[in-house]
Design a binder for this molecule. Structure first.
Ligand code: ADP
Ligand code: C5P
Length: 245
């Protein structure tokens, strides 16, 4: 018996150490391209895996100074400097290392951190980081095991953005169009589109593209079945970079 136990121990010691890290997916794309929709579709399909944490980059918007808040219409929320990337990095590194984190909640109507504070989340088998500029910083990109770019025509995105911002996020059509021309479109051309080259997978037509989402889910399932990703975490979450309240 002791020989068998010793043999089992020897085999155990000989096995390579399995890194217990979640599989991290980045989902980028222009405003209203369908990033959140695609994340929701992935999570829906992975339900049986007890999976995903979605972290939204929007949760890591910097708080505005009193002066910036007073002139919020002139503030560029589409520039990389609008985000607290150091805080996002720290959060993602902790999740990657199996730790729990506090994810700030963001209030679009008041352009700042929500008074509701934080969402406490444990890490998960799969962590999805979603946001317009999640491929911009190489340190954030380097934490990702898979990068997806949701590619939807600009006119469809603008139409959806007008509806969403007037109905959900509390703006009027004129101010939405002004912001789009002044900040959103130029920042898309300068920062979001150039980051598309880092994507492993580009999804045309966003959430309408069921074939692409099926293929992505198949790939994640394969990864979850391999040794580089452990099924050690009891939950699946998606981290939205922007948490809408
Ligand atoms: P993002 O996360 O990229 O900003 P969302 O997934 O939140 O985009 O979608 C933006 C808006 O467009 C939402 O109101 C959503 O309901 C709508 N939407 C998303 N995908 C589609 C689609 N394929 N057809 C019609 N409306 C859509
Ligand atoms: O969900 P989506 O990816 O579209 O979120 C990013 C967009 O949110 C940016 O294009 C930015 O203009 C907008 N935004 C806003 N007001 C804020 C913060 C972000 O309209 N306070």
């Amino acid at each position: 018996k002791s020989v068998a136990a010793a043999a089992a121990k020897a085999v155990e010691n000989a096995l390579p150490e399995v890194p217990k890290q979640p599989f991290v997916i980045g989902v980028s794309g222009g405003t209203a391209s369908g990033k959140t929709t695609v994340c929701d579709m992935i999570i829906q399909q992975l339900r049986d895996h007890r999976i995903v944490l979605v972290n939204q980059q929007d949760s890591f918007y910097r708080d505005l100074t009193a002066d910036e808040a007073e002139h919020a219409n002139d503030y560029n929320f589409d520039h990389p400097d609008a985000f607290d990337t150091e805080q996002l990095l720290e959060c993602m590194r902790k999740l990657k290392n199996g730790c729990s984190v506090n994810i700030p909640k963001y209030d679009f109507k008041n352009h700042g951190r929500s008074s509701e504070g934080f969402r406490r989340v444990n890490t998960s088998d799969v962590v999805i980081l979603e946001g317009i500029l999640v491929f911009h910083d190489s340190r954030v990109r380097d934490l990702m095991d898979m990068k997806i770019f949701v590619d939807t025509d600009a006119d469809s995105r603008l139409a959806r953005r007008i509806i969403r911002d007037t109905v959900v996020r509390g703006g009027d059509v004129t101010s939405v169009l002004e912001r789009y021309g002044k900040f959103v479109k130029p920042a898309f051309d300068d920062f979001v589109l150039p980051s598309k080259k880092y994507a492993d997978v580009i999804i045309p037509r966003g959430g309408d593209n069921h074939v692409a989402v099926d293929l992505i889910v198949q790939h994640i399932r394969t990864k979850l079945g391999q040794h580089d990703v452990c099924k050690i975490y009891p939950n699946v979450y998606v981290i939205h970079s922007t948490f809408q309240i």
